[in-house]
Write a protein that binds this ligand. Structure first.
Ligand code: ADP
Ligand code: MG
Ligand code: ZN
Length: 496
């Protein structure tokens, strides 16, 4: 809001609910396959259980419970020894049973926390609860030949979901984005799912309210739905905070409701008034016994937890002397962090900082150009290490190394072999470089005169000419040194 600085007077308070699909092979309470929502033919993975036929019984998917426990442990939650499935009743055509099996009073886990990284440093977000539930089907609304109708696809009905709810600990759009990214990283580290928001495997619903700064009471909140990217998430929260501040500033009230994000207009719009828990008439699911977590199994899951992103981020800084930023970029993805650590262990003669720079710069650049996620097969670790070793030995210079890297990428060639084949070895021989410098100065008498008249910046231009003459293969340090000697010599003779 450009007109006035509201941050002195008001404070935004935000809690977030995330629905994460659990990447199991079969559904939560039946043996139907979980199929890709964006590519599968509609209604190919449906049975009497997930279609809500009478007389059928649900059976809990153990793999889903394991993934849920794993994530809850990664969120440092307390796992309840016994949790209760509950029926959440409401009517909607995408819900064949007329109720969703969820968990209510006794969730799988509670009281966790997640550390997030923001421009103001580290923050801890408290996790209120983590519970298991099932997804609904999908409706597609169609208008064709002047008729409106809806199509229903039950492939997604009964797919296992984990709901992760925070305390209202976030205070800006940036906080919310940082939380969502940290949670996505965690979901991917724990192999709970791919974190792909476009595919809907991670759905984020921020609850936004605003209050007078210093007040201990929570303001009235709105909940935002339909967010399918981090950008939409951040923009919608910023918009919603501003909208509420304006209302309060004008002496009006915020109405508790669910609002949708309209990407095209860059606005949140009212969808429906907020339902209360009692509207759902929750009661314990009579067809399922309490979910009891065997302590030995729990310990086994704990034992196999990967090193978590935030711990790895801290360790990369202390162990390898990386900046907070580099450490973050490298540890966001487990596959990238593993790649970096393999390179470091294969190349004790190289500094970790150098390896980090190459991965975060050139290698990321090439992966981006190729339009893929980070894929180690496109550039095996030992291929990168060989190239960086040749560079370190001084056999090639930096620009040549970059050019070779681009050739290594996606091929099974090796750096030493390529350098041999193409005769790209760096020229470090001083006599050879002296000849080239002399040639450049001789061929450009006008520029030499301008230089002697005081335009010292021409030194860089001479340098460029020598490098061109050497087809980029000259050792830049030696060239600078020899060029300096020559120019100094010309200066002293010009004075005489
Ligand atoms: P539900 O949305 O199912 O009614 P809750 O009331 O438990 O569930 O709250 C859901 C989320 O909304 C939680 O993350 C909680 O921290 C957050 N929240 C609740 N009240 C407020 C509020 N006044 N302002 C901001 N966030 C809130
Ligand atoms: Mg809610
Ligand atoms: Zn089924």
């Amino acid at each position: 809001m450009a007109e006035f600085d509201w941050t002195e007077k008001y404070e935004a308070v935000i809690g977030v609910e995330v629905h994460a699909e659990l990447a199991t092979r079969s559904k939560m309470f039946c043996s139907c396959a979980v199929v890709d929502a964006t590519t599968a033919e509609p209604n190919i993975a449906v049975c009497p259980v997930c279609a809500g036929m009478p007389g059928v019984l649900p059976v809990v998917n153990q793999a889903a419970v394991e993934l849920g426990v794993r994530l809850a442990l990664a969120l440092e939650c307390e796992i309840l020894p016994s949790s209760i499935f509950a029926r959440k009743n409401y009517f909607y055509p995408d819900l064949p049973k007329g109720y969703q099996i969820s968990q209510y009073e006794q969730p799988l886990a509670r009281n966790g926390r997640l550390t997030i990284l923001t421009s103001q440093g580290e923050k801890t977000v408290r996790i209120r609860r983590v519970h298991l539930e099932e997804d609904t089907g999908k409706l597609t609304h169609v208008t064709k030949d002047g008729e409106n109708y809806s199509l229903i696809d039950l492939n997604r009905a009964g797919v296992p979901l984990l709901e992760i709810v925070t305390e209202p600990d976030l205070h800006s759009a940036e906080d919310v984005r940082a939380y969502a990214m940290a949670l996505r990283n965690l979901l991917r580290y724990c192999e709970v799912n791919s974190g792909d928001m476009q595919k809907g495997v991670m759905r984020i619903e921020p609850n936004v309210s605003v209050r007078k700064r210093g007040s201990q009471q929570l303001g009235t909140r709105t909940e935002i739905k339909n967010l399918n990217s981090f950008r939409a998430l951040e923009r919608s929260v910023a918009y919603e905070i501003e909208r509420q501040v304006k209302l309060l500033q004008a002496g009006q009230e915020v109405i508790q409701e669910t609002r949708g994000w309209d990407e095209a207009q860059g606005k949140t719009v009212s969808q429906r008034s907020k339902e209360e828990a009692h509207d759902y008439r929750y009661f314990p699911e009579p067809d399922l016994p309490p979910l009891v977590i065997d302590p030995a199994w729990l310990e086994e899951i704990r034992l196999h937890l990967p090193e978590l992103p935030v711990n790895r981020w801290r360790r990369f800084q202390s162990q390898y002397g990386l900046s907070a930023y580099d450490a973050e970029v490298l540890t966001n993805e487990r596959i990238v962090a593993d790649y970096f650590e393999q390179a470091v262990s294969q190349a004790p003669h190289l500094s970790p900082k150098t390896i980090a720079n190459w991965i975060c710069g050139e290698v990321f650049g090439l992966m981006n150009q190729a339009g893929t996620e980070f894929d180690p097969y496109l550039l095996p670790v030992d291929s990168l290490v060989e190239l960086l070793s040749v560079l370190e030995e001084g056999a090639i210079n930096q620009p040549t190394a970059k050019a070779i890297l681009a050739e290594l990428f996606g091929s099974d060639k090796r750096a030493r072999q390529l350098i041999q084949e193409k005769g790209l070895q760096q020229v470090s021989d001083v006599n050879q470089i002296r000849q080239m410098v002399a040639q450049v100065l001789q061929e450009n008498p006008e520029q030499v005169q301008t230089y002697l008249n005081g335009k010292e910046t021409l030194q860089q231009w001479f340098f460029g000419q020598v490098m061109r003459l050497a087809a980029g293969k000259a050792n830049p340090k030696v060239v600078q040194q020899v060029l300096q000697e020559h120019l100094d010599h010309l200066k002293t003779s010009a004075k005489r």
